[in-house]
Design a protein around this ligand. Structure first.
Ligand SMILES: [Zn+2]
Ligand SMILES: [Zn+2]
Length: 179
């Protein structure tokens, strides 16, 4: 996920370098986001542009998430596109500093040693790709609201109480799929 792009920066605009995403360097995921459950895979094309380098790729990333209904941890593979601008901070030919672009919050710096590091871009795109509700399976039955039993393992012995129907409609309201 970390590449020396000195040669690509010296190449003509329009030059493309293909790279495989490898797992040599761990992503720095925050605790509340997700945790990695296997190696990062994917491919990217690094395009030399007149501004710097445009990265266009696909990332596949196994992550461990917690089900929002039954609270169990499960593993799923997130796949998402990676399309980001990177800009040089040092001119590769003269060694002079390069001013960051006007819209530098939309792009990522290439460091002084011409190292392009995809990790932060991958992390940000992963966070955007994560669903708000994470379900271990589409029809996860969740936990009993009274005894806490995992209803995926079978029904519990709780007697249905008055008010359950109202609770159920509230639950359905809260779990309406996003539009
Ligand atoms: Zn579940
Ligand atoms: Zn119960």
């Amino acid at each position: 996920m970390i590449y020396n792009v000195a040669q690509l920066l010296k190449a003509n605009v329009g030059t493309v370098q293909r790279v495989e995403l490898d797992d040599a360097d761990e992503l720095d995921l925050r605790e509340n986001e997700a945790s990695l459950a296997g190696p990062v895979e994917g491919q990217a094309k690094l395009h030399r542009t007149n501004q710097g380098i445009f990265v266009d790729g696909i990332v596949r990333l196994p992550v461990a998430l917690d089900c929002t209904r039954c609270l169990k941890s499960f593993t799923t593979t997130m796949e998402f596109p990676l399309r980001e601008q990177f800009y040089p901070t040092i001119d590769v030919n003269t060694g002079e500093p390069v001013a960051p672009p006007q819209d530098d919050d939309l792009s990522f710096p290439i460091d002084h040693n011409h190292i392009l590091d995809l990790r932060e871009a991958i992390r940000q795109n992963l966070v955007l790709a994560l669903p708000v509700r994470t379900l271990c399976k589409e029809d996860c039955a969740g936990l009993c609201a009274q005894c806490g039993k995992d209803l995926n393992e079978g029904p519990c012995d709780c007697a249905p109480e008055a008010g359950d129907a109202r609770f159920e409609s509230l639950r359905q309201l809260l779990e309406l799929p996003e539009v």
